[in-house]
Design a protein around this ligand. Structure first.
Ligand SMILES: *Cc1c(COP(=O)(O)O)cnc(C)c1O
Length: 413
């Protein structure tokens, strides 16, 4: 291990105003995991969530039993949606709900949005969008007889306003883009995308999975029409924790999603004949909401509320900037290529680096407790979660990648 690099990391950690937050996470001191660089795929749990979930099981579930629905749980998808909207989405109350997975909410939002643009025949999406987004849209286009208009985006970058303007037309009903690209971390100019989309008379649905909790969002002022995102990445909700959906207030009276379940009906406990959508954002619901899965998200939202999104983003930019420096110094000379934007204002919270050996190296890194993600065909993704990742972790991780690359350069004996 190179001591100067570690000394520099120690100085950066000491100067980092969010450094002490790391100790609030379960397992942050576990020496068998010297570098967790995948908090953008599955965030670490907070200690506070341990207490919250235990108290919920004993007091709320065990103590209140079915009465809990009347007392608290029935309203929780909307109450938690409002908390999320205020803390991290830049959205006023009454437009956000929690439940289902990102995949399912994306389907419900896209179908609802398309119903608002009858007669238009195209959905615009980019080739490097996350697989579930592409597949869900393929399914919808197949069922409704629509055409997918693909933007051939740069896998090292993303979609810019000119490319989007060239793809939309009077045929476009809906544009679906990721705000931060899952591969390159390219950060979309969402306000410009909304403008270009609206100029064509279409609607914009943003996937926020890789930006929520890492990049400040201003959904209301950017003019975004619909948004979806997951809560188990930077929001540390735990494996399979429910997603969120945002529907701009002006559409709510007319918006109809396709899964007409009893929990999204007006007055569900009347058990009446015929579906009538509930008032407001509640109509996004279909079945019984996943209350247990919503618990841990609250702890991260409280923490972000304390730190402030500006400080979270500042740490995130510092982490990716530092990681870029180390990659240039230690990995580029060994043949690695940087596949993320170099300008911090166009970059989200992770970094993508490519090398032909990364597929084979990832298992070796995981074995030594250095845990980045691999994305085919040859990309190593370094996820740097601003509340839980230290500069030391970044250093230890990148030096470990260098050691493995050097080792795999040696001919087998
Ligand atoms: C992680 C991720 C998803 C995940 O969707 P699920 O339904 O939760 O599996 C969707 N979109 C993007 C951009 C993602 O990064």
């Amino acid at each position: 291990m190179t001591t100067p690099a570690l000394a520099r990391a120690a100085a950066l950690d000491a100067a980092d105003p969010l450094h002490s937050y790391r100790d609030l996470f379960v397992g942050a001191q576990d020496s068998s995991i010297p570098a967790y660089l995948d908090g953008n795929s599955l965030g670490r749990p907070l200690r506070a969530s341990l207490d919250r979930i235990k108290a919920f099981i004993v007091e709320d579930w065990g103590g209140r039993l079915i009465r809990g629905w009347d007392e608290q749980w029935f309203d929780m998808p909307i109450a938690m949606g409002d908390m999320l909207a205020a803390t991290v989405l830049g959205a006023a109350a009454g437009q956000t709900t929690i439940g289902d997975s990102t995949t399912v909410l994306l389907y419900k939002l896209a179908r609802g949005a398309l119903a608002m643009r009858p007669g238009r025949t195209e959905i615009v999406v980019d080739r490097d969008n996350f697989p579930t987004d592409r597949y869900v849209l393929e399914s919808i286009a197949h069922d409704l007889g629509l055409t997918l208009r693909w933007i051939e985006s740069d896998p090292r970058g993303g979609v810019d306003a000119q490319e989007l303007a060239a793809a939309v037309s009077e045929r476009t009903a809906l544009v679906v883009l990721s705000h931060v690209a899952y591969r390159s971390a390219y950060l979309l100019d969402a306000a410009a995308a909304a403008q270009v989309t609206h100029d064509a008379g279409a609607l914009l649905l943003l996937d926020l999975c890789h930006s929520v909790g890492s990049v400040p969002l201003e959904l209301d002022s950017w003019g975004v029409d619909f948004a979806v995102g997951c809560t188990y990445k930077y929001l540390n909700g735990g494996p399979g924790s429910p997603a969120f959906a945002y529907v701009r207030a002006e559409y709510l009276d007319d918006f109809r999603q396709p899964v007409w379940g009893w929990m999204g009906r007006d007055q569900p406990f009347e058990m009446a004949q015929g579906y009538e959508p509930a008032q407001g954002i509640r109509r996004m619901l279909s079945g019984t909401p996943p209350i247990l899965g919503m618990l841990a998200i609250q702890d991260t939202l409280e923490l972000i509320g304390t730190a402030g999104m500006a400080a979270v983003r500042a740490k995130s930019v510092a982490l990716t900037g530092y990681a870029l420096e180390l990659v240039r110094e230690h990995l580029v000379p060994l043949g690695a290529e940087i596949s993320s934007p170099l300008e911090p204002e166009r970059r989200g919270g992770h970094l993508m680096i490519d090398h032909p050996r990364f597929a084979e190296l990832t298992a070796k890194l995981w074995n030594r407790g250095v845990i980045p993600d691999f994305r085919p065909p040859r990309g190593l993704r370094l996820g740097l979660s601003p509340l839980s990742t230290s500069f030391r972790e970044v250093t230890v991780g990148i030096i470990a990648v260098r050691e493995e690359l050097v080792r795999s350069d040696q001919p087998a004996l």
